[in-house]
Design a protein around this ligand. Structure first.
Ligand code: NAP
Length: 279
């Protein structure tokens, strides 16, 4: 089965839209998302445009603050303080990567954890790792929602995650531990990566290497979730060699049209959840 992330994301967006209409009718308020975009990096501009468009479609009040690439760190920190104190703003997102003069850690740590819709603030990271309620990074959250659509009971499954980034691999591992999976995290220094992948009932790949995972890395009947987005010539491909793996896995996400659409839908979900907690 090919997992249709586009369709699932649309279902999620519809649910969010309905809930926002109900909230608006009752309170005359809507969630607000402010994105800070620094510089002219083209992929960031595309991501932010998509986030803005999707937010507006579900009724979130979306605002983008743009800075030139030579803005000072102090100016951005001042703006974040302002947004932290602004009751109309339920979610704050600073689009990464940042220019050299701006310290990413300082910026992330300055965001009110209750408005940290990316789930990158150490408070949210710590809450997730402790198994408490946390704002969860959008991509792993999207992967979990897709997994739950095809496998209602994840308990006891062996999940192997390739990649250990703060953005993807680590939060994915925490989420699957919470679902009682047995989790293996692998990375660039893992020995016998192929053998580790072959043990997976659920294989999640977040590396950034086109077509890294081949058909002989995948156990028959397993579920494969491909987070990777890579440009190969004029095509976008994942980290999994889709054409050869799709006949071995029981379910697999395509790239594009798998995890990507769920990521933005989960950003909207996080923004709505922040609004509900703050109001
Ligand atoms: P990242 O921060 O660069 O981390 C990559 C991870 O992969 C690292 O842990 C690295 O190991 C590991 N790795 C690199 N080469 C490897 C290899 N040959 N074998 C095994 N492990 C290897 O990347 P990221 O931010 O997590 O992003 C990963 C991919 O997901 C990228 O293609 C990115 O574009 C994509 N992405 C997609 C979405 C979406 O919505 N679908 C969202 C975010 C990112 P070390 O730790 O040892 O270096």
């Amino acid at each position: 089965m090919i997992i249709d992330g586009k369709k699932e994301a649309q279902i999620l967006r519809e649910e969010i839209k309905k809930e926002i209409i109900t909230i608006k009718n009752k309170t005359n308020k809507v969630p607000g998302l402010t994105v800070i975009l620094i510089g002219d990096f083209v992929p960031s501009q595309i991501y932010v445009r998509n986030k803005e468009k999707n937010s507006k479609e579900v009724g979130i009040n979306s605002n983008v603050i743009r800075y030139s690439k030579d803005v000072t760190e102090d100016e951005v920190l001042k703006k974040i303080q302002e947004l932290n104190n602004n009751k109309e703003v339920s979610g704050i997102l600073v689009q990464l990567p940042l220019p050299q003069q701006i310290n990413k850690e300082k910026i992330i740590n300055s965001i009110d954890p209750a408005k940290d819709v990316d789930g990158f603030h150490p408070v949210n990271v710590g809450n997730l790792a402790s198994g408490y309620n946390a704002i969860v990074p959008c991509t792993p959250l999207g992967c979990l929602l897709l997994l739950k659509k095809i496998e209602t009971n994840l308990s006891g499954k062996h999940a192997v995650i390739v990649g250990r980034s703060n953005l993807n691999g680590k939060p994915m591992a925490q989420l699957l531990l919470k679902e009682n999976c047995t989790v293996t995290i692998t990375h660039s220094k893992t020995k016998n990566l192929k053998e580790e992948c072959l043990k997976a009932d659920i294989l999640i790949v977040a590396v950034g290497v086109a077509n890294l995972v081949k058909k002989d890395w995948v156990k028959k009947g397993s579920i494969v979730v491909d987070i990777g987005i890579n440009k190969l010539g004029d095509k976008i491909v994942g980290d999994v060699s889709f054409e050869e793996v799709k006949d071995i896995a029981s379910s697999i996400t395509p790239v594009p049209g798998g995890v990507g659409p769920m990521t933005i839908a989960c950003l909207l979900k996080n923004t709505l959840n922040c609004f509900k907690k703050l109001n």
